[in-house]
Design a protein around this ligand. Sequence first.
Ligand code: CP
Length: 303
Amino acid sequence: MDIFTGTTVGTSWRRAVISVDQFSRGDINEIFDLADRLANGRTTPLGGKIIANVFYEPSTRTSSSFFSAMTRLGGSVIPINEVNYSSVTKGESLEDTIRTLENYCDLVVLRHFENDATERAMEVSKIPIINAGNGSGEHPTQALLDLYTIKKEHGGVDDLTISLMGDLKFGRTVHSLTKLLRMYDCRLQFVAPNQLAMPAEYIWPADKIYQDLNEVIDSSDVLYVTRVQKERMQGSEDFDFSYAVTTHHMKKAKNDMVLMHPLPRVGEIATELDSDPRAAYFRQMKYGLHVRMALLYAMIGNV
Ligand code: CP
């Protein structure tokens, strides 16, 4: 059991994608090769297969991209994008919801506000589960697509200086991505106010910690920005931290720096940067479609 995520690391990712801890570099290469091939092809290998999108929290990108990925591969989707319109509102448990859906589909994509939700689902499910975000825990498919984006934009990950900035405490995408990046020979820099600092368990001695973007902007090969996860906070914390990336910062950045954001953004990246070729956050979403196609194909394509 992983003490930070509460996940069973030994579980095959083909059975359930719970945490990035389940992936080796070989697995990642296999998924990315598959993503490359599926992105260029027009095949429908999942014809006749069905997945269920079960989202207990809001989503645009993750739910839509899994829907699109499954449809492009020839399969179908049961969309429960807002559980308030399902029997969850009558008090049905997560476990019973999963036991129900396994009769109707071949895989469940699950987003939930509790960190142990994917593992609870996996324990009762006879069909594969994909963690589409579990509380402040992980977002493993986002981390895979983030890594794929870095590889596509920079040609590799080794030797890069990667700065992660924003809400590093509650942001599950940065937790998963940090763990994945440990498999590569890159330098990590964390930029956040004290109240939103990266939890200690994710920090290694060689990492550099900052509170001001100006200290890292000129040394970064990748700048990965996240929003403040207000929905995960107990009260109305105030943050003396204005970290919007502006043209002022981009003038000091490397010509080939890659600016990423899992989105949605709420002011962290000025919209005038959208036309800057270094702004990769819209391309990042397209890469995500291809990675999710690869995951679906790898998990239910051959069974
Ligand atoms: N990046 C991401 O998870 O976006 P959604 O919340 O819109 O799915």
